[in-house]
Design a binder for this molecule. Structure first.
Ligand SMILES: *Cc1c(COP(=O)(O)O)cnc(C)c1O
Length: 467
């Protein structure tokens, strides 16, 4: 029973890209050659690519037209000033330093603000964020609420910080022991779950008492703003742009992967309010990315990013974006497939632990499920569980996070409702035949961010999905 009318996209399709259809034997072969890691599949053998929403967005005709306005001057490109003005207007920070993508900004921030031995509390970790914190000598500490670790808990803001946990960390570490607090909205690893404005304000007040700064991972902050508008009392009449500013105003700066919310294929930025720190960042960016007015990007990329930021806060756009994710999620819930609830902002997360209760954690159920989904239908997803979590840097043991998930991530403005139907049908059919999915073991394990390049083999036989 639908309580409200259907969502529909506020756009029509002007150009199409043909996809190659593959046979099951072709896919069985491809996934074996890829070491049962969907990151190692060539995209030409993928039908519906839900690996990530990062850089996979369809740009608008206005953004494409913007590419033609690229001012490719080495220094002081016109497009930089437009980006700077746009970030100031929508995110509200004083200083804007472009970077080639989000991790470029994370690298600069971690290098400048973390001293060896310091802790960096955050509302659950993100892979690249945590790695840059560790490479700078810091230690990430999770202060997200317990509900975030429970895939069936219906808390509307599972990205919230547990204030008691944060208070304890700040008190125990002492004034010199904390680098800064790093907050993400929405929280990717929890299933795209938002943080509330009330919680952000409480975190701000607590950090002010300790004199600790807060940096926002603003990668999906506009999607977070959408959830605040629809779930948090008092914001139903606010625009996404107004809510976004309120979120940013609780923090001292942000790192941004523009490849997500901002609707581009490449780009990011670091934004800061502190003038001195910004000067230091402008100096450091020259070493690692490029001059402070291009940060490793072409002028045309900066232009597309500026336009994409303005498009991202459009309420109709976001309604259709999150409406599509909900459409897929609700189909799976109706069929009894276990997914993380509430349905997140940028994707649907299959709960592999409940999907494959017969498979031990040591056989990486989410990795196996992701590989089996590809074999079944050519849908590419990714693992978000023990493989992504890596090893404990102190003990060297695998980390088994409470969430063992497969992420079906929706690129923005790319796929149709029929693609969602095909995806749902494949997940449902796999769930009905879940006993045929075979666990995996490592055959190659890289040191950093292992989920990208690891290789596996089935624990028995040579197929991840038995016939
Ligand atoms: C993608 C992402 C990043 C890293 O950004 P890249 O553009 O991939 O370097 C950081 N934080 C979050 C939450 C992300 O989703």
């Amino acid at each position: 029973m639908k309580k409200h009318r259907s969502w529909a996209e506020p756009w029509k399709i002007k150009m199409v890209e043909h996809l190659r259809m593959t046979s099951r034997p072709e896919r069985e072969n491809a996934i074996a050659e890829a070491g049962f890691n969907t990151f190692l599949l060539p995209s030409r053998l993928v039908y519906i690519d839900l690996l990530t929403d990062s850089g996979t967005n369809a740009m608008s005709d206005v953004q494409w037209a913007g590419l033609m306005r690229g001012d490719e001057a080495y220094a002081g490109s016109e497009n930089f000033y437009r980006l700077e003005e746009t970030v100031r207007r929508y995110y509200g920070y004083a200083h804007v330093i472009p970077t080639h993508q989000g991790r470029g900004a994370e690298h600069l921030l971690s290098r400048m603000c973390i001293r060896p031995g310091q802790v960096v509390p955050g509302n659950m970790y993100f892979t690249t964020t945590k790695l840059h914190q560790e490479l700078a000598g810091g230690r990430f500490v999770d202060v997200v609420i317990d509900e975030a670790h429970d895939p069936d808990n219906l808390h509307p803001f599972k990205g919230n910080v547990d204030l008691a946990k944060l208070d304890r960390v700040l008190r125990e570490a002492g004034p010199d022991g904390v680098a800064y607090v790093c907050l993400a909205g929405t929280v990717n690893m929890a299933g795209g779950q938002p943080i509330s404005l009330a919680n952000l304000r409480d975190v701000r007040a607590l950090c002010d008492r300790y004199g600790v700064r807060i940096y926002l991972d603003a990668t999906r902050a506009v999607e977070n703003a959408y959830f605040i508008k629809h779930r948090e009392p008092g914001y139903a009449q606010s625009t996404l742009a107004e809510i976004l500013r309120k979120m940013c105003d609780c923090t001292d700066g942000c790192t941004m992967s523009a490849k997500k919310d901002a609707l581009v294929n490449i780009g990011g930025f670091l934004a800061l309010n502190d003038a001195e720190l910004a000067e230091q960042a402008r100096n450091l960016v020259v070493v690692y990315e490029g001059l402070h007015t291009y940060g490793g990007l072409a002028g045309r990329d900066l232009e597309a990013m500026a336009i994409g930021i303005a498009e991202s806060v459009d309420g109709e756009h976001m309604h259709a974006r999150i409406g599509q994710v909900e459409y897929l999620g609700e189909k799976l819930i109706e069929a009894g497939v276990p997914i993380v609830r509430p349905i997140g902002g940028h994707g649907v997360f299959l709960n592999a632990s409940r999907f494959l209760p017969h498979m031990p954690r040591e056989q990486f159920p989410a990795q196996a499920l992701s590989a089996a989904l590809y074999v079944d239908s050519g849908v590419r997803s990714m693992e978000r569980g023990a493989v992504s979590a890596g090893r404990d840097p102190r003990t060297g043991d695998h980390i088994y996070p409470s969430l063992e998930l497969v992420r079906l991530t929706l690129p923005r403005r790319v796929y149709t409702q029929a693609h969602m139907d095909v995806t749902a049908e494949s997940c449902i059919s796999l769930y009905e035949n879940r006993d045929r999915i075979v666990g995996l073991k490592f055959t190659h394990e890289p040191k950093y961010l292992r989920f990208f390049q690891s290789r596996f083999a089935p624990v028995r036989g040579d197929k991840v999905l038995a016939v």
